[in-house]
Design a protein around this ligand. Sequence first.
Ligand code: IMP
Ligand code: MG
Length: 178
Amino acid sequence: MSSVKVVDKTFRLYIPHQDIEKAIQKVADRINIDMKGKNPVFVVVLSGAFMFAAELFKKVNIDCEICFVKLSSYESTHSTGDVKQVIGIDRSVENRNVVIVEDIIDTGQTVRYALDYLRRLGAADIKVSTLFFKPKAFQYDYPIDYVAMNIENEFIVGYGLDYNQQGRNLPDVYILDE
Ligand code: IMP
Ligand code: MG
């Protein structure tokens, strides 16, 4: 499909899933080297990161765990500037190596919030992985350790990412067509 309608907006094809999966493989290859013997806990930021997490986790071949937090800051096509924690973590991450798994880093405030939260819980070392990164929107200076793909400062949908909760099931990624 070269374009799709999601709710009331039209999006055009931006990144086919084959390219996304190749980029995820590269992230997994690096994590497999960097995290070997460290038994990391992958902390997946729901909802958007579920598809990235599933693909990444299949490609990670070291001892590791996975758990989920739910954070929310986006309404419609813009950030509200206020992060809400909807579901907390279900285990201790004290003295553990943690890898945050995020769908997209835009302003960076959601991951800033997750970093503070995991530090307060006593994580020993925290790395950040993201499927997409918008360098032109990023407003912080913490390191982002694993970026699968840099993208333009535009709104995208698909591969887990939503527009008004719709479009997460699209296998490819689409960009807002205006
Ligand atoms: P940040 O806190 O501004 O970095 O925004 C991150 C969160 O906003 C992500 O976890 C996404 O859920 C959502 N988000 C940011 N940009 C997009 C986009 O282009 N499409 C869909 N969701 C987005
Ligand atoms: Mg989201």
